[in-house]
Design a binder for this molecule. Structure first.
Ligand SMILES: [Zn+2]
Length: 125
């Protein structure tokens, strides 16, 4: 990322890139700053009573994104999906908000921008 404006233009791509490279904490810091929300906690291991099938979940009460295992820390779709719940549950009542469909759409928009950025780089080189 050469300049500030370039980083801003590629914000979503950068977030995905960071997660793919295991820099998930940095990605969450960037997301929180961009959307002006608290930095969510991140933990490996799902809270008890969760469906084993889930890759991740968000607990609004303690603003924590939990992932099933450390592999999922590098899964941009899951991390961004759970961040969406964080984004939607901020403020007053700390309820879990935002539909699954919208969370998926939010995450997809990041992955799409990343894929486009990769394509552009391939066209240059
Ligand atoms: Zn969800």
């Amino acid at each position: 990322m050469a300049s500030k404006s370039m980083a801003q233009n590629n914000f979503k791509a950068l977030v995905v890139w960071l997660i793919l490279n295991g820099r998930t904490e940095e990605a969450l810091a960037l997301l929180s700053k961009n959307y002006r929300v608290n930095l969510p906690n991140l933990e490996v291991g799902l809270p008890k009573g969760r469906k084993i099938k889930a890759y991740g979940c968000y607990t609004a009460k303690n603003e924590t994104i939990s992932v099933r295992n450390s592999d999922v820390l590098m899964n941009p779709f899951v991390i961004i999906h759970e961040f969406y719940h964080h984004l939607r549950s901020k403020a007053v009542d700390r309820m879990h908000r935002g539909t699954e469909k919208n969370a998926d759409k939010f995450a997809s928009s990041f992955l799409q921008e990343y894929q486009e950025a990769v394509k552009n780089v391939q066209n240059i080189t």
